[in-house]
Ligand binder design. Structure first.
Ligand SMILES: Nc1ncnc2c1ncn2[C@@H]1O[C@H](COP(=O)(O)OP(=O)(O)OP(=O)(O)O)[C@@H](O)[C@H]1O
Length: 302
């Protein structure tokens, strides 16, 4: 394993940010840490990189305790990118290259148009590409990315994902934190974190499991939406098709409610998408561990 968390917990005073997390990243795989804001993703990464000592459990990088030495084989792009905004692209590149014993190498060809620009003046998309290039410049065995495409448009995000895939194809393990479902869907494996715990893991299909939603079709879909919303269902409109994240057993309830309001509806049970599964996992996780604070997505209807 390239990186491993074994029963890692992190407490900040009385607050527990990470709870008994087990996780691995192997060569050639893209692993996603999926979680809402504050779920503990960045904290777990800091432990894996040896920047933070866990309160319990242990982290391993390339089989050893994380250290300055093991970190040399890691390319890390934090949320803040880790670049010097008052230096040019070339100066940032040269600085990192000398730190990794690769002085004299040139800025990659596709970034040369910005070579003399200050990083602080670049668009976020280009700045992220520079951060990726710098982090990959020493051919790390492990590439760690904290929300790699946050604030970047679809084209820029696709380009960054191409680089992530290339790094994995060349044998690096990649660990990506995200709360973006499209990004999560591109990972080989996911760990879904809720309030510091891993509540689900596996390939996207495994995380979704046998979760389903109700798909509601109705000529007057706006009225159907309103009726479901009024009854507390977390209904979502996909065009004129409505999706309601409740178990198949609720089908008669949903159908009856709309029919009694005079609507002619078709209600089918459909496999959930990743976002719908994520909302359900979030709700289940909160209900299991924080029954008083639980209220997410799924079955809030009255
Ligand atoms: N040094 C710290 N001291 C106290 N609390 C902290 C510290 N670092 C993080 N936390 C808290 O731990 C929790 C987890 O934070 P973390 O940054 O790991 O979440 P995250 O999943 O990465 O969220 P985001 O997607 O917003 O980056 C948050 O409630 C945060 O406020």
């Amino acid at each position: 394993m390239l990186a491993q968390a074994q029963e890692v917990s992190v407490r900040f005073g009385s607050f527990t940010a990470v709870r008994a997390v087990n996780m691995t990243v192997g060569p050639g795989e893209v692993v996603g840490l999926l979680g809402a804001n504050g779920a503990g993703k960045t904290t777990l990464i800091r432990v894996l990189l040896g920047l933070l000592r866990p309160s319990a459990g242990r982290a391993r990088l390339f089989g050893s305790r994380p250290s300055l030495e093991t970190r040399r084989s890691v390319g890390y792009v934090p949320q803040t990118l880790g670049l010097y905004s008052d230096l040019t692209v070339r100066e940032n590149w040269s600085f990192a290259a000398s730190a990794f014993g690769r002085a004299g190498t040139r800025v990659p060809a596709d970034l040369r148009p910005w070579e003399d620009d200050l990083v602080g003046g670049l668009s976020l998309g280009v700045a992220r590409r520079v951060a990726f290039a710098v982090a990959l410049s020493h051919e790390p065995k492990l590439f760690v990315l904290d929300e790699p495409t946050s604030g970047v448009g679809p084209l820029g995000a696709a380009r960054l994902w191409q680089e992530i895939r290339q790094a994995a194809e060349q044998g690096a393990g990649v660990l990506v934190t995200t709360h973006n479902m499209e990004e999560a869907e591109q990972c080989d494996r996911l760990y879904v974190m809720v309030a510091g715990r891993v509540e689900a893991e596996g390939a996207v299909a495994e995380v979704i499991g046998d979760r389903t939603v109700l798909e509601v079709r109705c000529a007057d879909w706006m009225r159907a939406y309103q009726a479901l919303d009024d009854h507390g269902f977390a209904v979502q409109a996909h065009g004129s098709v409505l999706r309601v994240p409740v178990p198949p057993g609720e089908r008669d309830t949903v159908t009856g409610l709309l029919e009694r309001a005079g609507m002619d509806v078709t209600v089918r049970v459909r496999p959930a998408g990743l976002e719908e599964a994520f909302m359900a996992i979030l709700g289940d996780g909160r209900a299991a561990h924080d029954p008083h604070g639980a209220q997410a997505g799924g079955s809030a209807h009255a």
